[in-house]
Write a protein that binds this ligand. Structure first.
Ligand code: NDP
Ligand code: OXD
Length: 309
């Protein structure tokens, strides 16, 4: 391979181990952390870079995002010729399956109540709940959603999945597109959001859609905060239609200390940690795709800016 230059521009990321990993895997590449005024690079490895980065790097051939979601990147002006590639799974799908499965099971098995009872010194048992009364709907059946839906099916939950195009997954009842969205919601009690954030999906978890869930609904948002209308969620919890929510992502992160989610007992929050970028898996995936692109081969995970994911 001919020598080429990679610019690394990732906020909130220690660059040293990334550079070491990329340099070890790509000895022919000149890999460096971006500084304003740097020489032009051929490829970029990015997470939440400033607009200035792309303004100064107009000749990029490829941009590798070290996350699955590209919503923040697509708000920027990107070099039009550059291929934008996102992470596909790279070790995140199994983490998401763990996180969502534990959340659904914790809710279904009333483990929060048991934990509270035990803290208060009470030995109490409750009647077992019927699994058939807890159908789970997974919005988004991509790299992460499909894995989550299948993990839940293995626990014998009745699982519904919603995507743009219809998917055939073992143990998952498929729904697709706007035409089947209301049926999907009405068939679900627990709702898991794993959609990308796009103009079509922003605010999709709102009073109208969440009201369509079966009574006692539970919302698990692990995609993006801007999918959810915060006040609508709170209103539906207060009305009793929803039993609660587990939220990993928020409109503003870190979640501001004055936000009511911190104090709502029916809402559990985690700090955007449901599926973390794993450095070694990610470097291996990026290097494999970069190599394929250099050879003129096709790769998975190319973002369609018009679709938004
Ligand atoms: P994918 O692109 O692989 O999958 C997206 C899925 O959403 C596809 O099934 C797609 O349908 C479906 N979809 C997109 N738009 C619509 C729409 N308008 N209506 C119905 N379905 C739609 O994404 P990933 O699974 O890799 O990731 C999903 C999201 O998870 C990321 O975008 C990111 O925001 C979030 N995420 C959160 C993390 C966290 O730690 N909280 C970590 C990693 C990701 P189709 O299959 O028909 O194209
Ligand atoms: C991602 C994320 O999109 O971490 O990968 O949220």
């Amino acid at each position: 391979m001919t020598p080429f230059r990679i610019s690394f521009c990732c906020s909130n990321t220690d660059p040293a181990p990334w550079l070491a990993g990329l340099r070890a895997a790509l000895p022919q590449a000149n890999v460096s952390v971006w500084q304003p005024g740097d020489a032009l690079a051929d490829y970029a490895v990015v997470w939440a870079p400033p607009q200035q980065f792309f303004d100064e790097q107009p000749q990029l051939k490829g941009i590798f995002n070290i996350g699955a979601g590209v919503d923040a990147l697509l708000k920027l002006r990107l070099p039009p010729q550059a291929t934008l590639v996102r992470l596909e799974d790279a070790g995140m799908a199994v983490q998401m399956a763990e996180y969502v499965s534990q959340a659904v099971i914790r809710h279904f098995r009333d483990l929060e109540t048991y934990a509270e009872d035990v803290r208060n010194g009470h030995w109490t048992t409750y009647p077992p709940r019927q699994r058939s009364n807890f159908p789970v709907g997974v919005m988004g059946l991509g790299a992460l959603g499909a894995r989550v839906a299948q993990a839940l099916a293995h626990f014998e939950f009745s699982v519904n999945g919603w995507s743009r195009s219809i998917k055939a997954l073992d143990g998952v009842r498929g729904f697709a597109g706007a035409a089947q969205f209301n049926d999907f919601l009405a068939s679900s009690r627990v709702l898991v959001n794993l959609l990308p954030l796009t103009p079509d999906t922003a605010n999709i978890l709102n009073r109208d859609t969440l009201s369509r869930l079966q009574p006692g609904g539970y919302v698990i948002n692990v995609a993006r905060g801007a999918h959810l209308v915060d006040d609508d969620l709170l209103a539906l919890i207060h009305s009793g239609h929803l039993a609660g929510a587990l939220l990993d992502v928020f409109r503003t992160e870190p979640l501001p200390s004055a936000h009511p989610f911190w104090r709502e007992p029916q809402i559990t929050i985690t700090p955007h940690t449901s599926a973390r970028t794993l450095r070694d898996d990610s470097i291996a995936q990026i290097v494999g795709k970069l190599d394929a692109l250099q050879r003129g081969h096709s790769v998975g995970g190319i973002v369609d800016p018009l679709r938004g994911y």
